[in-house]
Design a protein around this ligand. Structure first.
Ligand SMILES: NC(=O)c1ccc[n+]([C@@H]2O[C@H](COP(=O)([O-])OP(=O)(O)OC[C@H]3O[C@@H](n4cnc5c(N)ncnc54)[C@H](OP(=O)(O)O)[C@@H]3O)[C@@H](O)[C@H]2O)c1
Length: 405
């Protein structure tokens, strides 16, 4: 979902975040006092009914809808090694996901090789991570020729650009793996029309490649979506679940290529990034225009959200959050949530339409394959970094204890 350059930049900042303690700033939230006052703040179980398990597949009731979920525990390392004993996993591309998934596969003991263009930034990074040229690091064509399972982890724009060269190498017997449904689902635009005689599967970790790696090293697993686009061998579903576990997934949620890509493009443009950035900017600008200082505007808009409230919502849900804040905050927040929802829902419907009809894909492919893409991208990032809100944020963050010398 993120461009290569930004995902590289993210690697270091996410690393810092992972190691930094969460700082509890002064806030209107007081979970403890709410608990003492007898509010119903006990976190609820994530699922409302117990697992029903059949041969490694679990059906879980998510708020009344039963869904299929696979679990890492059903694929211990020995089973993975046995399952993939005759396979060579050729991981093409070594950006955010290539790095995370590749290192996890290697640590799991599987026969994995990396294919990237020689002398590119990824080649150097792969070497720094211990991949050895001629042994398990090759140029793209050579890696594909050696691989039985071709894991296409090039950027989405690059998947489309390189497809004419890659497609003829995907001969019968190989398996094609993606981490996003983008290329095959929008094949009219991307031109990625997969050969008819191979299995085509997807495991999309729901997080950055850095998180895929960090969670694996902590002995945990990331949530991933898994899907089958084409099942020629009759084994595609089993294979993608095994691969998903091997790359570092904990729970694997069954979906389709279409649903994965539609929800992913929609989410990142909405609550995950675009929508939330728009909301931050709108709230901050109003505070500034009404005479509040940059630090006050930033603290009330971003800092308190990301450092205090969002982690609590993430851990326990919105009902917990409402129960854990002051009565004043709760009344106002519940009232205004309805107004925001009503105003924003038509925007979200427009966004979904724009994703589903391919407009977002066309825009992304057109923009990201322009020759001056890098320049435009750098200019846009510099403009965002230069917004007052994010300059103020830099100063606020520098005051966090972990950033003090
Ligand atoms: N990033 C995420 O958070 C995330 C999360 C879930 C799924 N995904 C999916 O995972 C896949 C990989 O995404 P990513 O973010 O890991 O990619 P990325 O960081 O953008 O990696 C790009 C890779 O593509 C290579 N590349 C770019 N242009 C190329 C070209 N013209 N020819 C050959 N190689 C080229 C780069 O090599 P050079 O260094 O040589 O340029 C690099 O190795 C995508 O389908 C993406 O949607 C990503």
């Amino acid at each position: 979902m993120a461009a290569r350059q930004s995902s590289r930049a993210l690697r270091s900042s996410v690393k810092q975040l992972a190691s930094a303690p969460v700082v509890q700033r002064r806030t209107f939230v007081s979970a403890l006092s709410a608990a003492r006052a007898g509010f119903a703040v006990a976190p609820k179980a994530a699922v409302s009914s117990p697992f029903q398990q059949t041969r490694g597949i679990k059906t879980i009731d998510f708020a009344g809808t039963k869904e299929t979920v696979y679990e890492r525990d059903d694929w211990p390392r020995e089973k993975l090694l046995e399952y993939f004993k005759d396979d060579t996993l050729a991981l093409i591309g070594y950006g955010s996901q290539g790095h995370g998934q590749g290192l996890n596969l290697r640590d799991n003991g599987l026969n994995v090789i990396v294919g990237v263009r020689k002398n590119g930034a990824s080649w150097k990074e792969a070497e720094q991570d211990g991949w050895i040229p001629g042994k398990n690091l090759f140029d793209i064509d050579e890696a594909i020729s050696k691989g039985t399972i071709i894991m296409n982890l090039l950027s989405d724009a690059a998947q489309s650009e390189t497809w004419p060269a890659i497609k003829p190498q995907l001969v019968k017997g190989k398996t094609l793996y993606f981490s996003h449904g983008f290329s095959p689902v929008f094949k009219d635009l991307t031109k990625v029309d997969v050969p008819k005689d191979i299995d085509v599967i997807l495991c999309a970790p729901k997080g950055s490649g850095r998180t895929v790696r960090t969670l694996f090293r902590e002995g945990r697993g990331i949530n991933s979506s898994v899907a089958v686009y084409q099942d020629v061998t009759g084994k595609a579903e089993e294979k993608v679940v095994a691969l998903g576990v091997a790359v570092g997934s904990g729970y694997l949620y069954k979906t389709t290529f279409e649903k994965e890509v539609w929800s992913d493009l929609y989410g990142e443009r909405g609550c995950l990034m675009g929508g939330i950035h728009g909301m931050f900017l709108a709230q901050y600008e109003v505070l500034r225009e009404r005479g509040h200082s940059p630090s006050e505007a930033f603290n009330e808009t971003v800092e308190e959200a990301t450092q205090s409230l969002y982690p609590l919502i993430g851990a326990n849900g919105m009902d917990y959050m409402y129960a854990a804040c002051s009565t004043t905050a709760r009344r106002g927040a519940i009232d205004w949530s309805k107004r925001f929802k009503d105003i924003l829902k038509p925007v979200f419907n427009d966004l979904y339409d724009s994703v589903k009809d391919g407009s977002e894909t066309a825009r992304s492919l057109e923009y990201n394959s322009r020759p001056d893409y890098r320049e435009l991208y750098n200019k846009e990032m510099a403009e965002i970094a230069d917004l007052e809100i994010w300059r103020a944020g830099k100063a606020v963050r520098s005051l966090r204890p972990e950033n003090q010398k």
